[in-house]
Ligand binder design. Sequence first.
Ligand code: BES
Ligand code: MN
Ligand code: ZN
Length: 494
Amino acid sequence: MAIPTLLTRSIELSSALGVDYLALGFVISSEGLVTFPESKKLAREIEIELGLVFADELSFFAPSARAGEIYEIPVSAPGVKCERVIFIGLGKQTLGDLRLAGAALGRKMRPSEKSLFNAAVTSQKGIRAHALAMLLGAFQWNMKTGQKRQLRGKWYLTDNCVADIESANVIGKAVWLARELIHTPSNIKTTAWLAAQAKKLDRDACLKVKILAGKELTQFGGLLAVGGSSPKPGPRMVEISYAPRGSQSWPHVVLVGKGITFDTGGISLKRPYDLMIAMKSDMAGAAAVLATISALPQIQPKVRVTALLMCAENSLSATSQRPSDVITQYGGTTVEIINTDAEGRLVLADGLAYADAKLNPDYLVDIATLTGAATLGLGRQYAAMYTRDATLAKKLSALGETSGDRVWHMPLIDDYVKSLDSDVADLNHNASAAKFSAGSVTAALYLEKFVGRRKWVHLDIAGPGRSESDAGEYSKGGTGFGVRLLIDWIAGLS
Ligand code: BES
Ligand code: MN
Ligand code: ZN
């Protein structure tokens, strides 16, 4: 679907009433009055023009002004184009509330809705979050024939905060891109297809894209072991770099994303089978790093960034790896395969080891739909974040709250490292669950073996990477989790 753009325009009476639909945010003050923060004057002028008292109209509904609550009233005033006023509750106007309100408004803009908007924006405090949430709430994906692919109308926002709205447009576009990739079904989304999507970024002068396949991957034993299960087209590693002129002296961030285009579990087949349906989303980490780097040419941070997409399908076939196989990860570590459904750590480990050996990163970040255990622990609202760097953890936790991609700092528990011991290889890749539990922690400990002495962060997004329903800024399916967080973090490093 075509990605929408928010436009800015000074919202005055003439422009507000010159569109079909008008949106106004409202709150309920302590005296129980309905008010329109920061657009009070405009609201008053519109009331006069339409011959209405908004508080009276709203009192008919007994509104609570909960964030995201929506009421629509039809209007018909002679000589006025506006046919409907939409009220959105702003709650207590916290960032979270403004996001919920924006998302509710965004849903009204979906192609399946009849909408043409002039949204007179209601709060300038959180306008970036609010505007971005509008874009995210509007997202819809399907392959229905005859479905409109374009959002209706033009969306105007106040011109008071042009830079914030521009930023929302850039990030919104990136999140949409991630979501489109995640939603694409796996029969279309082969590893070659995913690499080809990345290759499109090559058109931008600031981005370079390199695709490794076949013999070029000889040293990438994890990628080969997993991706060999689906030899046509086989695994790919995509390396995208943002390195504008002069960037050699800037900090270097390497992002590694899990790009499993479908996860059947392999020979250790995923059960119950229903669990598998969601596994087209198992490349959400790769989608997040691709989308993040795609936005950088517009943001121009003084940070060098390399994204590694570790792409493979974990399939069930005669060429699948077997439980008890021993493979060699990039850099030479041998690994005893226990459960072929723990494939994510195998492809990530190659990427991390390669980054450590070849790319000299100042920060090494991986993002992956890695373990069901992370979802068990934290649910779907927070990603599990692992790092030994307390400063970085604090920073990312704070940015998680402001960006909306929230992360929870989890412990790398040294006592559990011995769960990675193997009788026959350097490591076993699946800490025997019965003895240690903590599946998300032991997966992180496995990855840590491959990061050398780098400043490293691991984000397990198995929970928030996918939403089972339309909720807040998330639409059902892939959420694009991580894009907002990573972009805000990188932009702040320069
Ligand atoms: N892709 C899954 C993790 C997952 C589960 C993501 C549910 C999103 C929703 C991963 O490859 C996996 O299968 N992990 C196993 C690891 C286990 C075999 C050690 C898991 O979590 O059960
Ligand atoms: Mn798996
Ligand atoms: Zn997986």
